[in-house]
Design a protein around this ligand. Structure first.
Ligand SMILES: *Cc1c(COP(=O)(O)O)cnc(C)c1O
Length: 224
């Protein structure tokens, strides 16, 4: 067994244990394997194991490796988990099956236009800046309800979930709880929260999608 196989099996076992601990089914938790900075050659072992859901944070980097991989493994589901600039929306809508970082009106407007003309509609998650961090992307928690209404009402977008990246140096529990609360009061079923260091906690607090990179692929040499 190579290391990716071992790490992957370890992560899926931990997901099952965390789900069981909170009386949930592991089938209700989607593992988004975050392959940013890793090459197609690094990713292929995970595809060979049968894994199909991956996350990337940059459109351009993804365009370099995913079209060929998606052609080889046609049921792959690719999530964009990094900030999306409006000038990259066309490429993003063409390549990604889910966009987790919808966080501002201009992006909602541009996505709506592109989805209509491309006839291709990625699943959408609203990113919430649960820590109110000035430098971080995401809609502020207090603005989340109104922003969702704007996306669905004014722009006719279908939004299915919410996503957060808690502040690096804080206990994530309060952030996961806050995201779950915002999603619940708005009737959204999907919650993308939890990374390599805290995905079990996120599952216990209701995550339906965990975004796990280094625990599967190893540590990243590039800073992203
Ligand atoms: C890189 C990244 C992850 C994965 O981080 P790990 O700590 O390697 O699991 C998850 N979510 C987002 C938004 C990321 O950019």
């Amino acid at each position: 067994m190579n290391t990716i196989t071992q790490r992957y099996n370890d992560v899926t076992a931990r997901i099952e244990a965390a789900a069981m601990k909170s009386n949930r089914s592991a089938a209700d938790v989607t593992l988004v394997a975050v392959s940013k900075t890793f090459t197609a050659g690094d990713i292929e072992p995970a595809l060979k194991l049968g894994h199909r859901v991956f996350g990337e944070n940059r459109v351009q980097e993804s365009q370099g490796k995913w079209p060929a991989l998606k052609q080889a493994y046609t049921d792959t589901c690719l999530h964009l988990i990094g900030p999306l600039q409006t000038n990259k929306v066309r490429e993003a809508v063409a390549l990604f099956d889910a966009i987790e970082t919808l966080d501002r009106e201009k992006l909602a407007r541009t996505l709506a236009k592109e989805i209509q003309s491309a006839g291709n509609s990625p699943e959408l998650f609203i990113q919430v800046n649960t820590g109110n961090e000035p430098q971080k992307a995401g809609i502020l928690p207090d603005d989340a309800d109104a922003f969702l209404k704007l996306c669905t009402g004014t722009y006719d977008l279908t939004v299915t979930g919410m996503m957060c990246i808690p502040p690096f140096d804080e206990d994530p529990v309060a952030h996961f709880r806050l995201l779950a609360e915002i999603a619940e009061r708005n009737g959204l079923a999907k919650l993308s929260m939890g990374m390599s260091g805290d995905f079990e906690t996120a599952i216990e607090l209701g995550a339906t999608h965990v975004r796990v990179g280094s625990a599967i692929f190893g540590s990243r040499t590039q800073q992203v």
